[in-house]
Design a protein around this ligand. Structure first.
Ligand SMILES: Nc1ncnc2c1ncn2[C@@H]1O[C@H](COP(=O)(O)OP(=O)(O)O)[C@@H](O)[C@H]1O
Ligand SMILES: [Mg+2]
Length: 255
């Protein structure tokens, strides 16, 4: 495996002097091509701060971030990003919203018509391509947003609590769709969550982040077969990963 994302001594402090908030780091971390790594940590430990720095949308206080051999020193348009609140525009259909991501990058959307259809199928939205966002449930909107974030075939995807606002049952369904997308499209994913189960189900590795200032305490490879269906999730091995991670956070006093 080749390292695709390299973080060296990355840290962020907001503000200065007495008002300074040391939000994150320093962190050293290497992420391999094809990895699905979750950053799991309590609220306020700097997970979003890290994502914004990786995307080049927020300046670091120190350190280096290299994506695919190129140092990050400004916003990157070649990656896919998704946050808790999606960025679907109300005046375009689902397909139109996905096409918008291509238009903004100067790519002719007609060249990607088949790709868009495949993406919509993998998240079960093929029958809603011509609907507008207000005609979709919250879960369907997030599914559309996954397609949006993936349509330009990014090698790297940054997903910051994309399921955070959904109800538990919808979350379960969409986790499966996200896993399907990852297995089919093979991007390298950094996924931020504060759900231990979600991290164990989706990830090839889970990075445990300490309370603020967030540091990578430990990286746990999740050695379970993909796709992680109902059977895998009900296995004693799955439960044992969840328990071990719960113990760590109990040690921090956050659960
Ligand atoms: N723009 C900002 N200015 C000042 N402090 C900030 C800013 N963004 C985040 N912080 C602080 O940095 C810490 C980490 O925030 P964040 O990265 O959003 O955490 P998380 O995503 O893990 O919940 C928090 O204490 C937060 O208050
Ligand atoms: Mg956050």
């Amino acid at each position: 495996m080749n390292p695709l994302i390299e973080l060296t001594d990355v840290a962020k402090t907001f503000g200065q002097g007495a008002d300074a908030v040391h939000a994150f780091g320093p962190v050293d971390l290497t992420i391999d091509d094809g990895d699905f790594i979750s950053f799991l940590g309590p609220s306020g430990c700097g997970k979003s701060t890290l994502m914004l720095m990786v995307a080049g949308l927020l300046e670091r206080t120190s350190g280096q971030i290299v994506l695919g051999g190129q140092p990050v020193d400004g916003p990157r348009t070649d990656i896919g990003i998704m946050f808790q609140d999606n960025t679907l525009v109300p005046w375009r259909t689902v397909r139109g919203n996905i096409e918008l991501q291509l238009e903004m990058r100067g790519i002719d959307p007609t060249s990607a018509a088949d790709r868009i259809t495949v993406l919509l199928q993998s998240v079960h939205l093929q029958d809603f391509a011509d609907r507008f966002p207000y005609e979709l449930s919250g879960g369907m909107q997030q599914r559309a947003a996954f397609c949006q974030a993936m349509v330009h075939d990014p090698q790297i995807m940054l997903l910051d609590e994309p399921l955070g606002k959904l109800d538990a049952m919808t979350r379960e369904q969409i986790r499966t769709d996200l896993q399907t997308l990852w297995m089919q499209q093979k991007p390298t994913v950094i996924f931020v969550t504060h759900s231990i189960e979600e991290a164990v189900q989706l990830s090839s590795r889970v990075a445990i982040i300490t309370p603020r200032p967030g540091r990578v305490e430990k990286i746990i490879p999740i050695d379970l077969p993909f796709p992680r269906d109902f059977e895998v999730k009900n296995s004693p091995e799955f439960a044992s990963y969840v328990r071990d991670i719960q113990e760590i956070f109990r040690g921090y006093g956050v659960i």
